[in-house]
Design a protein around this ligand. Structure first.
Ligand SMILES: [Zn+2]
Length: 240
């Protein structure tokens, strides 16, 4: 939760992620937003607590901290920024999938609205180098529609059914198999994954896209205006 919040994910996204992963309260209820914000503001998770409350007396707990103070501070800053005005609160599902091939920086997302002749607006999403490592990086941006096409071309081997997936995604994949079995009983799990991927990429919600990206064992490099699979990633990775 802290990591997601530090990456500009809002409370609603975190709530859906918790629901998706069957994280519930002791009373077996879904976690309310208020509790999420309370937890994100609690120093207890990096090991310190104040007793009595508001006394100014701080103690070091003897439990192993779940996060470090740096992450806590980052989240605290993040929560102070009004969620609506901050473009970082918008969802850019492919941001973490990409790195800049020219300088190795992380990628940022951006949206633009183009006015159409009939007066309506069309939304375009771009991803480009954050220039954190090289201020003068000349790498070009990638359009979200192109990223989707590149991923679709790889859809046959983006998700291994044997992999350790998040429960929510696993459940949706299973559902996909059941739906397909209605018309063809011989369908196997590995046949359903590419179809689910196509659904999520083309028609899925931002949450579904982000969840899919989080579970992929693939990264892409934005290099010379082209998107390529990052072969340095995955071989030694040991994702939870
Ligand atoms: Zn760059």
């Amino acid at each position: 939760m802290f990591e997601m919040s530090a990456q500009s994910k809002g409370g609603r996204h975190i709530r859906q992620w918790l629901e998706d992963n069957n994280v519930r309260t002791r009373g077996d209820k879904t976690i309310p937003l208020s509790m999420i914000y309370r937890m994100l503001g609690s120093t207890f998770y990096y090991g310190e607590f104040e007793y009595p409350k508001k006394s100014g007396k701080w103690y070091q707990g003897n439990h192993p901290p779940l996060i470090d103070k740096k992450l806590f501070t980052k989240v605290k800053k993040q929560l102070k920024v009004p969620q609506k005005s901050k473009w970082g609160a918008k969802e850019f599902p492919f941001r973490r999938l990409l790195t800049c091939g020219s300088c190795g920086s992380v990628i940022v997302g951006e949206e633009k609205f183009k006015k159409l002749k009939d007066g309506s607006k069309r939304r375009h999403v771009y991803y480009q180098c954050s220039k954190k490592k090289d201020y003068d990086c000349k790498e070009r941006y990638a359009k979200e529609v192109d990223i989707v096409e590149v991923l679709l071309a790889m859809k046959e081997n983006l998700l291994m059914p044997t992999k350790d997936l998040e429960p929510g995604l696993r459940k949706d994949l299973k559902k996909q198999v059941e739906i397909m079995k209605l018309t063809d009983e011989s369908i196997t799990d590995d046949k359903a994954a590419p179809i689910y991927i196509e659904y999520a990429l083309r028609k899925g919600s931002d949450f579904e896209k982000t969840r899919l990206v989080r579970n992929l064992d693939t990264k892409l490099v934005l290099s010379d205006k082209r998107l390529e699979r990052d072969y340095s990633y995955g071989q030694t990775s040991n994702r939870k």
